[in-house]
Design a protein around this ligand. Sequence first.
Ligand code: AP5
Length: 215
Amino acid sequence: MILVLLGPPGSGKGTQAKKLASERGLLQLSTGDMLRHAISQGTKLGLAAKSFMDRGVLVPDEVVINLIGERCQSSDCEGGFILDGFPRTIHQAESLDQMLAVHGRQVDRAVLFKISDGVLLRRLSGRRTCLKCGSMYHLETLLPKVAGVCDQCGSNLVQREDDRDEVIRKRLLVYHQQTEPLVEFYRRQGKLGNVDADQPLEDVTVSLLRAIAAK
Ligand code: AP5
């Protein structure tokens, strides 16, 4: 199965994708995580992406299309994967369809995480992230066992550069302008499912599995 998780920043796409990956053995492909990894390694891609990400705007389409295009061809993607944070523009979605069609494949399902902007602001400003292993926590709803330390790998937790208030607002605006049109794109293809993302984490997982199975 090739699954697209669609939704605004902070709606819980990454949390749920990581959960499905660890509990059900599904492969998560997150363009945000890939780009942050490139930044931490100081690669050319990372240097180019950083200025866009820090401002809360999208990295140019061709950069992320090439990134996913290469990654999708790896042998570990043959059994399917979850796309988290890609596609984010109509051009990315059309390119994805074309890249998959070359190999006789297609997106099976796109699930929209529905949630209000007010809840997102609270979630993102309280989020703390482990830059080493990608685990996520929240100052109110998902505390680590030891304050400021990742339960999984023991590294320090940090606030992402783009989780500052003014950048969060920009990311939400960019989402509504450039990514929201994908809802109609996948609805027209008959592939769209929905989850109410403003529920406790476990309930979102149940709704997500239901939305995937509803196809
Ligand atoms: P990316 O890393 O993809 O960020 P995003 O889409 O903005 O999404 P987030 O990671 O912020 O949120 P999420 O929905 O995964 O929520 P999470 O699970 O963390 O992209 C970052 C940047 O990279 C972009 O701005 C852009 O510049 C660039 N980029 C990436 N992909 C690109 C592309 N395709 N094209 C162009 N540019 C691209 O949850 C958030 C918080 O809420 C956490 O603290 C979590 O613990 C908590 N939480 C989660 N679920 C619940 C729940 N049910 N109840 C309570 N709290 C919860």
